[in-house]
Design a protein. Structure first.
Lengths: 266, 392, 180
């Protein structure tokens, strides 16, 4: 919960804190009183340490747990069929990934798909929110089996993909590398967080440095540090990547449709 | 932080509320900071270029006046000549000499990106930094997969042509060079990436069934004839001409060795005679000179077949730098002069007798000897020699 | 180096597998077909994860070592075939010399599973190093690449899936003795 709110606040700050009054959904009673006001200095300072205190000032659409109704879209049996529950061998387990496991079966880690579902809904909700606000999402993977599918899927929804060798400074040093400063992606989505050598993808740190929220599909041997939204699950099998990519695509589509609807309604 | 915090879109979303409706109208023009910076830099660059172009045009008019030429006659070649005349420079590096060229040619280019109105860069692979070449790599990868699938589905069946299941026929051509690929994709990339692309291409072309992608592959091939024939150092093999009077084939070439320039003419169907500034082979008393002169015929095994006529001159006599120096009486000695003639003879023999090109090249007779007498240094008796140094 | 180590190990196992081949040849009931389970549509949409996992072929498989499973070739690079048998990783096997042309992607094969993931811990490291592939031995070809994909697959699944459950009820350990 805390993670969601933190990022929601961060995202909200990134886009606009001035339009807190723009409520599309019925607001919870707690936020209506404070919604019109901007937080005072003391609250803001406190918010840097404990972001939850800023929650009443965030717009209602961001306070909604599942605005786009992804709960209905995601089925455990589909994820099961997509082999999302298979983890690596126990010997490769990262201690920070134990929370997402259902258990181990003869030395093979098994993810709890109920947990995965909860986290996937959060991640999709975030993706849809970013797409709704016209944000750019960069899909990153270093898996050679699924790289073409990821590229294709990203192209289909008009987003960005990076499936090749990551040049250091792509996010932190664009001015030097491109000759001009450019708009950076508003969210980075990792379909696999490990490179083929088993190291963390360098883009994770770069995105964290630039305060870009990240979504990461983390397998049992991945390191979840520095990732904002986690999706515990299998990141090696092409079927599971294909399923996740389909879901992310759907989330982006939903966000874009909502955006179109709002623009026309204006 | 370079991120664009606010886009027009977030405003568009917020107009649902009445309070912010007026706010969004007033600041609808506001765009992201990064985009703003980019636009500012772009405008600055355009203004700078405009200024330099105007300056160049005025400079050209002044130059035309100085050289008393009509402004319309003063093209780039005339400008270069005028600059060379007005600012004579002894600097050896051409890049160090003064130039006057249109600013578009010499000033650094401003990299332009295409953005939409929200500041999003164009192209799904923008953040790979090399979108075009990575796009090509992905295209090759996808085609590789489809070729493999096509082959697996159709091998052994009669539904497709037998020729479609073969590897693509790429004989007589080669992959385009890195420079050409850069031009074709209009993008710069490293040699490492070019190597990756070529490996990917080679793999695709080696697959059985890649004949269905023949058209795609041949887009990146070029005929091999363009680059065959190793380049020689020094003058190239001359063309064979036919003498109108005697109806004999001959070839003529000019070359040099040390300070000696030799213009050699070799005529086919002769008697093996030599005529070097009026001297014959037996006039060269030293055996070394005779051996040198005969070397091309010995290598190509054509002794007695070609007549050699050569004239030689001293290069330093023809240079404008030494007007007051006593001219040398003759060129070359018993080594340099025959070597200059030998190089010319070898080139002509290679032209008249193409079968002997390879042995001549391997024995090094077609290669120019670029060594020159080293200049003597100031305060020294020679090029390297020093005066004896004594303490007192 | 890891590769060579593991290779040598798999070769050893290969020998063992071959030695037991004759005993297994008769008992085809030990085959577990993962690919079919994965592709078949499940009836219960709101089954919980626990029951899904409990009833999955993965659990019924029991100990992996020495199981015969059905797999599908997804990829072939020269003499290596990548076989998807329904777990996390593909198995990489060498194509036998006889009838090697038939082992193309799309063909169904029988493999003897040794290890679902090749991983080894090296001296001084805290965690295992994984090769991201399964260890298995190719036993034989089950069916060729379907010529007309539509009709063939439908008949395949119709013929095989109903029989599957009865096969699985026979206890694995007794039907085919594990290879060691």
């Amino acid at each position: 919960m805390r993670r969601v709110v933190t990022s929601a606040i961060r995202a909200e700050r990134a886009f606009s804190t001035r339009f807190t009054a723009s409520l599309q959904k019925p607001t919870p009673s707690t936020s209506t009183s404070a919604a019109s006001a901007t937080p005072d200095r003391a609250t803001l300072e406190k918010g840097t340490v404990q972001p939850t205190v800023l929650k009443p000032y965030v717009s209602a659409s961001l306070q909604h747990e599942d605005l786009f109704n992804f709960e209905k879209l995601i089925h455990v049996d589909e994820m099961f069929k997509a082999r999302l529950h298979y983890g690596h061998k126990v010997g490769t387990l990262n201690d920070n990934m134990k929370w997402a496991l259902y258990g181990e079966r003869l030395g093979v880690c098994i993810f709890d798909l109920d947990v995965t579902k909860k986290f996937l809904v959060r991640a999709l909700n975030f993706v849809a929110h970013v797409a709704m606000r016209g944000g750019m999402i960069l899909f990153v993977t270093s898996n050679r089996d699924s790289m073409f599918d990821v590229e294709k899927a990203a192209e289909e929804v008009g987003q960005y993909s990076h499936v090749r060798k990551w040049q250091s400074g792509t996010l932190t040093n664009t001015r030097q590398l491109l000759g001009a400063s450019v708009r950076l992606p508003d969210a980075v989505c990792f379909l696999s967080t490990l490179t083929s050598l088993g190291e963390n993808h360098p883009a994770i740190i770069e995105a964290a440095k630039m305060a870009i929220p990240t979504i990461g599909v983390v397998d049992s041997n991945s390191d979840p540090a520095y990732l904002t939204y986690l999706v515990p699950g299998n990141d090696d099998t092409p079927q599971s990547t294909e399923y996740l990519m389909r879901m992310f695509k759907e989330a982006v589509r939903k966000g874009q449709e909502e955006r179109k609807r709002l623009q026309q309604g204006k | 932080m370079l991120r664009i915090a606010l886009t027009r879109s977030s405003r568009a979303m917020s107009v649902a509320s009445q309070a912010s409706a007026s706010d969004s109208e007033t600041s609808v023009r506001k765009i992201g900071k990064a985009l703003e910076t980019y636009l500012k830099n772009s405008q600055q660059h355009v203004a700078m270029m405009e200024k330099h172009r105007a300056e160049f045009e005025t400079g050209r008019r002044h130059l035309a006046k100085m050289m008393s030429l009509d402004i319309h006659e003063l093209d780039q070649a005339a400008i270069d000549r005028a600059i060379q005349y007005l600012f004579p420079s002894g600097l050896t590096d051409p890049n160090a000499r003064p130039v006057m060229r249109p600013p578009d040619e010499i000033l650094p280019k401003f990299q332009r990106f295409t953005f939409d109105e929200e500041g999003k860069p164009e192209g799904t692979r923008f953040f790979t930094l090399n979108p075009k070449i990575y796009g090509l790599l992905s295209e090759i990868g996808v085609k590789t997969q489809s070729v493999m699938k096509f082959y697996d589905e159709h091998v052994g069946s009669r539904s497709v042509n037998r020729s479609d299941l073969e590897p693509a026929n790429l004989s007589g051509s080669q992959w385009i060079t890195a420079d050409k690929m850069k031009k074709k994709l209009s993008e710069k990339f490293t040699n490492e990436l070019y190597g990756q692309v070529i490996i990917a291409f080679e793999h695709l072309a080696s697959l059985p069934g890649s004949a269905i992608e023949q058209k795609f592959l041949s887009e990146f091939r070029e005929p091999m004839t363009a680059s065959t024939g190793s380049k020689l150092f020094g003058p190239a093999i001359p063309e064979v001409k036919v003498c109108a009077e005697t109806n004999r084939r001959y070839a003529e070439v000019t070359t040099h060795c040390k300070d000696t320039r030799a213009t050699v003419k070799v005529t086919d169907a002769g008697k093996g005679t030599f005529n070097i500034d009026g001297l014959q082979l037996h006039d060269f008393r030293h055996l070394q000179a005779r051996e040198i002169l005969l070397a091309p015929m010995i290598i190509s095994q054509t002794l007695g077949r070609f007549d050699v006529t050569a004239t030689t001159e001293c290069i330093s006599n023809t240079l404008p730098e030494a007007p007051n120096r006593e001219p040398f009486k003759r060129s070359g000695g018993m080594s340099a002069l025959p070597r200059a003639v030998r190089h010319g003879t070898a080139l002509c023999v290679a032209a008249l007798h193409p079968e002997s090109i390879e042995p001549l090249r391997l024995s090094g007779l077609l290669t120019l000897d670029p060594r020159k007498n080293e200049r003597s240094k100031v305060n020294q008796p020679g090029a390297r020699a020093k005066w004896i140094w004594k303490r007192r | 180096m890891l590769r060579s180590l593991l290779n040598s190990r798999s070769i050893l196992r290969n020998f063992r597998a071959i030695s037991t081949e004759t005993t297994v040849a008769a008992g085809d009931e030990s085959i577990i077909d993962f690919v079919d389970t994965v592709t078949e549509s499940s009836e219960g949409q709101n089954q919980s994860f626990a029951s899904l996992l409990r009833n999955s072929k993965f659990m019924q498989l029991g100990d992996f070592n020495g199981r015969l499973v059905v797999g599908k070739i997804v990829h072939r690079i020269q003499d290596d075939v990548y076989i998807d048998f329904g777990l996390k990783f593909n198995a990489v096997c060498k194509v036998p010399a006889a009838n090697s042309e038939a082992y193309r992607s799309g063909a169904r094969v029988l493999i003897r599973l040794l290890d679902p993931e090749l991983s080894e811990r090296f001296l001084g490291s805290k965690r295992d190093l994984t090769l991201l592939e399964a260890d298995a031995v190719l036993v034989r070809l089950l069916s060729n690449v379907p010529r007309k994909p539509r009709q063939k697959t439908s008949t395949d699944s119709a013929a095989e899936t109903p029989v599957e459950p009865t096969k699985e009820t026979t206890s694995e350990g007794t039907a085919s003795p594990p290879t060691q």
